[in-house]
Each structure stands twice: as C-alpha cells, then as structure tokens.
Design a protein around this ligand. Sequence first.
Ligand code: HEM
Length: 230
Amino acid sequence: MAYRGRVVLKAAVWVASLWPLGVLVRGWLADDLTANPIDYVTRTLGLTALVLLLTSLGMTPLRILFRWSWPIQLRRLLGLLAFFYICVHFSVWIGLDHFFAWKRMGQDVLKRPFITVGVLALALLIPLAITSTQGMIKRLGGARWRLLHRLVCVAGVLGVLHFLWLAKKGRTTPYYYAIVLGVLLAVRLWDWGRKRLASKALKHEPSPPLGERVAVRAETLASSDEARAE
Ligand code: HEM
C-alpha cells in the first residue's frame, strides 16, 4: 500500500477509536452522562476496549484469508488503543467505583470472577504493550516476540469471558462477541495447522540420491574456491 494510503488508514483508525472517548468527554462537560454516569462510563470504555481488541485480533486472519498486507500495519496501533481504553476502564473502576479503597478492590478481584478475569487480561496485555516497539522486537528476536505476542489471543478470550460473566440474563450481545472471537481464533488455528502439515511434508520429502548430493557439494566447494581466489 502507498504511503498516503497508509497515513489515511491510520488517521481513520485514530479518529474512529477516539470517537467514543470524545463522546464521553462531551457528555461530561454537558453533564449528560445518563442517570448512572459511573456505570455508563465504565461500560462504554469496556465495550470500546473489547471492540478494539477484537479488531486488532482480526488483522492476522484478514492477512491469512485475503493475503492483504495492510491489516498488519494497523495491528499494533489497534492493540495499543485497546490497551489505552482498558487502562482508562480500570482507572475508572479504581478511582470512581471504589474511591481507591484497595482492600475492597482486592476482595472484589477475589470474589467476583468477571473482575478476576478482567484483571488477568489486563496483566497479560502489559508485557505486550511494553514490547510493542521495533527496538523490543529486535532485542527479543522475531520468534520469541511472536510467541510472547500470542498472549493477545488469551487476553481476547479473557476479555470476552469477562463480558459473558457480567452480562445480565437475556442479553445476547456478549455471545456475538464470543462468536466473532471463535471465528478469528479458528482461522489462526487452521493456518497454523496448514503450515505445520506443509513443513512436515517438506521434511519427509525424499532427499536426492547420494551421487547427486556429492556432485552438488563439489560444485559448491569449487565455486567458493573460485570466489576466494578472485
Ligand atoms: C481486557 C480487559 C477488559 C475488557 C476487554 C473489558 C471489557 C468490558 C466490557 C465489554 C464490559 C461491559 C460493557 C457493557 O455492558 O456494555 C465491561 C464492564 C465492566 N468491566 Fe471490564 N474489561 C476489561 C478489564 C476490566 C478490569 C481490569 C476491570 C476492573 C478490575 C473491569 C471492570 C469492569 C466493570 C466494573 C464493568 C461493569 C460491570 C457492571 O456494569 O456490572 N474490566 N468490561
């Protein structure tokens, strides 16, 4: 994708992602945040975080299915924006919901499973946010970095579980999120299985006869000798 296209796409992601926050700020300034503002703010932030997290998780399946390269360029930005919303969501819970009552918060984490999984998801996302820079990719090495960043799938599962757990009876929205997540993970799993099968098949391919291998080796040695001599 051309440079200008990438800039436009990223600008669109920024605007769309920060829109819900803008709506909340406008509602706060106009004193128009429904009859239960803390609940409304917590839920809006949580839902936006989950949408961004799943969108970020959707970028790899888009590349797998359609061989597009642009989704990968948005993956990090979407993940970081999701992390930002989760941090604000968490801060509202600490500051406005519990007024920094640490003991009560600790009890809440232990007693309410939806809070426990929410905190776990946040904890998993912290190392991912820290290691999201190019410098960190180099320092960890591609393979280790990729392995670590698979944790985003676990965070996605915990995020959806958090939503399913807290939803009131009869509310179907969380199930739609669970279905979307299931499809995204299934595509990744299918791709992983396909690649594994392909690499196994490559390993079991019969190697060329010994005579042929010796000839190739002799040719390689001869050409490297020539190169050294030049
Ligand atoms: C990956 C991390 C998280 C995600 C994706 C997430 C997402 C959500 C979602 C989608 C909702 C429901 C929105 C709705 O009802 O429309 C929600 C509600 C909520 N979340 Fe989170 N959340 C996360 C982490 C946390 C953490 C760490 C806490 C606090 C420790 C937390 C506390 C809450 C609370 C208190 C509610 C409102 C529950 C209620 O209305 O009864 N969440 N969250």
